[in-house]
Design a protein around this ligand. Structure first.
Ligand code: BES
Ligand code: MN
Ligand code: ZN
Length: 511
């Protein structure tokens, strides 16, 4: 992964493959953002004009390459768009910096070292640029023959992510700057770990393999881990997780990760949907709807990454992560539409559609999480296509049993640059899940399907426990082209919101 450093080096003497500068959209054309003064000076103050000649406007995501001016030890200048110039005296938005750094890092694939001379006003900007670089440089090539076994070192290097990023304007001896960089490194690396898990093909990442990877990471970071295998699940009565996993040759798992701090005053529980592949089961998905369903464990990947990040950051809060892992497959042993499952909570559920499996595994994990009486539970799940229809492919929905908590989660998401939106849990939709044979059915009205799923989950949250549900079906997996710091494939959405929630809980600024 890309190494991040803080540097006070002056631009002309700096040795690197490229120097990255910011260009913003001004009222009368592109303007050069602060941080690039030395470069502009070497162009005799005409850099904005040069960029305009090259067609640059400063629009977000735009990348313009130009040769470095004479006297520079860096051959290439990479001007990256920051979007509209901020209002007078205002600083550049952290998310604009994060995206610009990401777009630049993505363009610099194959380069060894780049200097980032983007506008920095405080430590938070350093963190945003650092995160953007790490996330933008990400690539998943573990399964590409050319990138692995190929002896052609040059071809291999061409595809390697940017090896080192020196952030100019950062102060290597400033405690806040150092802390921001350390945070960006931990969050960026763990988020990329979540992306790797999401991108991993489902023939290599079944519930058992996922649990084994969690075990390795937990050991490395001093996190307590408990893995319930199928025998333990049967013994414990986890009918939801077992019912979903019943059709698969790979048995389900429930993983509990416990990060504890001796200074903790609060306890957060994160619960992730971890369907390593969602075929739909007997209610089989048609072709066209199953090609990306390896991403159905994105919630569990986000929870996993967030717990490890919390441990790496030494946050003063206890965080328990629950990974509800199963593969949803059709077979002679699969759960049928019409079956009734006895859930871990004791409630019975009539399975009317085996493709509504996420809520079944989450129900058991939510009830297990509730038993510890945490101060709050947040679940993360690629739960419904309906949420995707409602909010599109870049925004996740937030539902909760507490309006203030839903707002707090939304605020945390906005703060870290993850698009999210509050959604209601209309009581009248509960009725649609009435079952003639069981306590509840796993399906209700088609309209508002995302909210119906949320209401189902609420039935399995312990009495009096504050809870929020993030339906990340839209943004979990990017089927379009890369943008900003978001690659194609697994995005790692919700990791940063969860980490932020843990930080806010640790500092007593949440709830
Ligand atoms: N994993 C899917 C939801 C999904 C769809 C995630 C598209 C990402 C992209 C989930 O298990 C599912 O199949 N949900 C059904 C529920 C329905 C049967 C009530 C859906 O949304 O169609
Ligand atoms: Mn499904
Ligand atoms: Zn699913």
């Amino acid at each position: 992964m890309t190494a991040l450093t803080l540097s006070t080096a002056a631009a002309p003497g700096l040795r690197a493959d490229a120097i990255v500068i910011g260009v913003a959209k001004g009222a009368k054309g592109p303007i050069v953002a602060p941080g690039a003064e030395a470069v502009d000076k070497a162009f005799d103050g005409r850099l904005a004009g040069v960029l305009e000649t090259l067609g640059a406007s400063g629009a977000e995501g735009e990348v313009t390459k130009l040769p470095a001016p004479a006297g520079f030890k860096t051959p290439l200048v990479l001007a990256v768009g920051l979007g509209s110039e901020p209002e007078e005296d205002a600083a550049y938005d952290a998310e604009a910096l994060r995206r610009a750094a990401g777009a630049a890092a993505r363009t610099l694939t194959g380069a060894r070292k780049a200097a980032f001379a983007l506008p920095v006003t405080d430590a938070a900007d350093i963190g945003a640029i650092g995160e953007g670089v790490l996330l933008g440089a990400y690539s998943f090539d573990a399964y590409k023959q050319s990138a692995r076994a190929n002896n052609d070192a040059k071809a291999k290097n061409d595809k390697a992510p940017l090896a080192e990023a020196a952030l100019l304007g950062g102060k290597p001896r400033d405690a806040a700057h150092k802390a921001a960089l350390a945070r960006a490194t931990a969050v960026g690396e763990e988020l990329n770990r979540a992306r790797d898990l999401i991108n991993m093909p489902p023939n290599d990442l079944d519930p058992e393999a996922f649990a084994a990877l969690a075990q390795t990471a937990a050991k490395e970071h001093g996190i307590k881990i408990q893995v319930l295998d199928e025998k333990a699940l049967v013994k414990g009565g986890y009918g939801g997780i077992l019912g979903v996993g019943a059709g698969s040759a790979s048995a389900p798992r429930l993983v509990k990760l416990s990060y504890t701090s001796s200074k903790a005053k609060k306890h957060l529980a994160f619960v992730g949907k971890g369907i390593t592949y969602d075929s739909g089961g007997i209610s089989l998905k048609p072709a066209g709807h199953n090609e990306t369903m390896k991403c159905d464990m994105s919630g569990a990947a986000a929870v996993f990454a967030a717990v490890v990040a919390a441990a790496r950051l030494g946050l003063e809060v206890n965080v328990t992560g629950w990974l509800a892992l199963a593969e949803n497959m059709p077979s002679g042993s699969a759960t049928r539409p019409g079956d009734v499952l006895r859930m871990y909570s004791g409630k019975t559920v009539e399975v009317l559609n085996t493709d509504a499996e996420g809520r079944l595994v989450l129900a058991d994990a939510l009830w297990a999480a509730s038993a510890e009486k945490p101060d709050a539970i947040v679940d993360v799940a690629t739960l419904t296509g309906a949420m995707m229809l409602a909010l599109g492919s870049r925004t996740f929905g937030i539902m909760a049993n507490d309006d203030a908590f839903r707002s707090a989660v939304h605020e945390a998401a906005e703060e870290v640059g993850e698009p999210a939106w509050p959604m209601p849990l209309p009581e009248h939709l509960l009725k649609g899940m009435d079952s003639t044979v069981a306590d509840i059915a796993n399906m209700g009205e088609r309209m508002g399907g995302g909210l119906v799923a949320g209401l189902f989950l609420r039935e399995f949250v312990g009495e009096g426990i504050t809870w929020a549900h993030l339906d990340i079906a839209g943004p979990a997996f990017n089927e379009g082209g890369p943008f900003g710091y978001t690659p194609k494939g697994g995005t790692g959405t919700a990791v940063r919101t969860l980490v932020r929630l843990a930080e806010l809980t640790a500092s007593g600024d949440l709830g």
